[in-house]
Design a protein around this ligand. Structure first.
Ligand code: ZN
Ligand code: FE
Length: 252
């Protein structure tokens, strides 16, 4: 297996680095400059790029990285991606530094959004976040809910490497949805301590997300009741998810 580390970018993005010896892949290099300096500092050579979706904060650095290291660029076939050499739509198995990685279709945030599943590590871009999920810019609630359900069904030990540090910002909404869920209050304290210490809250642990992330809890009676009070027309999980997502959009 490769080693996983991160390069911070912009205000709250993580560019994940998958490293084996002196060769490494990066996931979602929205900016080339921090990647170039990290690779120079650690004597690394770029062996490939994984892109989850087309937004600039995920692919903006690809062109400059290709100038330095011509390499394979794995990216959604359905989206406009600079420098893409390997178009993917989900279901493929790809080789990343000798490790087999499965490509998942997790459309919702965008129409071709992909996630990359390595042994016990999922790189999911802007699909699942700590205590939250990506906005529905292009896909439907049904698509996004299916993507989140797919992630929730992965083995419990799977660590989730999302592309933004949003956990602390998301937790107040989770608590508003489920004020009586003690796991949310406990997580708020733990996350505050980590952020205070300058530590990331990502990767996410799947059991903790299932216990505290409202978007993975659309079949819980308390979450259904909260969504119904916000206009969900039935107890159907997709309907509940859609009401939560719309509520979240207007919540601080
Ligand atoms: Zn995005
Ligand atoms: Fe993003």
């Amino acid at each position: 297996m490769f080693q996983i580390s991160y390069i911070p970018a912009f205000k709250d993005n993580y560019i994940w680095v998958l490293q084996r010896g002196a060769r490494a892949f990066v996931v979602d290099p929205g900016d080339a400059a921090p990647v170039l300096s990290h690779f120079a500092a650690h004597g690394l050579e770029l062996a490939g790029i994984l892109v989850t979706h087309h937004h600039a904060d995920h692919q903006g650095g690809v062109a400059a990285l290709l100038e330095r290291w011509p390499c394979q660029v794995f990216a959604p076939a359905k989206e406009s991606i600079t420098g893409r050499t390997q178009p993917l739509s989900g279901g493929e198995k790809i080789d990343v530094l000798g490790v087999q990685v499965e490509v998942l279709d997790v459309a919702g945030h965008t129409c071709g959004h992909l996630a990359y599943l390595a042994p016990q590590a999922l790189f999911c871009g802007d699909t699942l976040f700590g205590a939250g999920c990506g906005r529905l810019f292009e896909g439907s609630p049904a698509q996004m809910y299916a993507a989140l359900t797919r992630i929730a069904l992965l083995p419990e030990a799977t660590k989730i490497y999302c592309a933004h540090e949003y956990t602390q910002m998301n937790l107040p909404f989770a608590q508003r949805v489920e004020p009586d869920n003690p796991a949310i209050g406990e997580r708020i304290s733990r996350v505050a301590a980590r952020r205070q210490a300058g530590l990331p809250t990502v990767p996410l642990a799947l059991p903790e997300e299932k216990a505290t992330n409202p978007f993975l809890r659309c079949s819980e009676p308390a979450v259904i009741a909260a969504a119904r009070a916000q206009g969900a027309l039935s107890d159907d999980a997709v309907e509940v998810f859609a009401a939560l997502r719309a509520w979240r959009n207007g919540f601080g």
